[in-house]
Design a protein. Structure first.
Length: 304
């Protein structure tokens, strides 16, 4: 009896779907977008994958070399240092952005005066060009800050951080965090505004303090927004490029070369087009794996 009912229901659903008509306007909107994506994203990507198996210089003839470029990448200490440095600053940038942005979002979501004005002030860094503001910060780190360090008697701050092999990463991280916090604050604010005030009122009646309110109520409820911020900030941090160009240009002694900077420097100006194309393909695979792991971990935590 149940099998005949299920069969009848399945046949009914099939007849409904077969009779459903799709408005041609949907195809007129989707198909051109798919073609544009294919022409300007997927085809160039596949072309780059092809060049990574050659000795191409970006022009003229080339020969197939198979996996030789990829084997060379794993033996290149400069590439290894670039990956280590990229992950080092990416972790720092991601952690600092999310901590600062979440704190600012909670404060800006509270009942404070000039709340909208403060939101605008915190968003201004995101609207500025990284290269332009980077050169401003380069001057600050090379002149006023060393002078301040000398006045305060702080040894490591008395010299320019940009020319220091030990601390040259500090200006890069500082600029990336200063500019990246703004967008994350907006996402966290959007998440905070989805929480009903009645939940906080009930918690206040139960005697919940401010830290418990944040950790037991606020943070779990903005979990999806935390996931979005975590993935985006990590992706942007791993792609740090403009900050390096404006502040250190990969120096001193290649200590601040990120993977993206090395791909650009070696591929477009260093005569390593195919070699750095292979590096770009490898970096894409690494980013895809990291994003997949982040989403898996975050989604599993949200279900708990």
């Amino acid at each position: 009896m149940s099998s005949s009912v299920n069969a009848h229901a399945a046949k009914r659903r099939a007849s409904v779907f077969s009779k459903r008509k799709v408005d041609p306007a949907y195809y007129w909107m989707v198909v051109p977008a798919a073609i544009l994506f294919a022409c300007f994203l997927y085809l160039p990507f596949l072309q780059g994958v092809k060049y990574s198996f050659t000795n191409s210089q970006g022009y003229g003839t080339y020969k197939w070399v198979g996996l030789k470029n990829y084997f060379a990448l794993f033996q290149d200490s400069r590439v290894g240092n670039a990956y280590v440095f990229s992950f080092f600053i990416a972790i720092l940038i991601t952690v600092l952005i999310n901590i600062i942005a979440m704190f600012l979002a909670v404060v800006l979501n509270g009942k404070i005066a000039f709340k909208n004005g403060f939101r605008a002030i915190f968003f201004i860094p995101y609207t500025l060009s990284v290269l332009v503001i980077g050169y401003v910060f380069k001057y600050i780190f090379m002149n006023p800050i060393p002078a301040l360090g000398k006045a305060l008697g702080i040894g490591w701050l008395s010299e320019s951080l940009i020319t220091s092999e030990q601390y040259s990463w500090v200006p890069i991280v500082f600029l990336a965090v200063w500019q990246g916090v703004a967008y994350s604050v907006l996402i966290y604010l959007a998440g905070l505004q989805t929480i009903d005030d009645e939940i906080y009122e009930a918690a206040a009646i139960d005697g919940v303090n401010a830290w418990q309110k944040f950790w037991k109520i606020t943070f779990p409820l903005i979990g999806p927004f935390f996931t979005i911020n975590l993935v985006l900030s990590m992706k942007n941090a791993l792609g740090t490029f403009d900050q390096v160009v404006a502040l250190t240009d990969g120096g001193p002694n290649s200590k601040t070369e990120t993977v993206t900077y090395l791909i650009w420097k070696g591929g477009l100006t260093g005569g390593e087009y195919a070699y750095q194309t292979a590096n770009a393909v490898l970096f894409f695979i690494v980013l895809a794996i990291i994003a997949f792991i982040q989403l898996k971990i975050s989604s599993s935590q949200e279900k708990i």
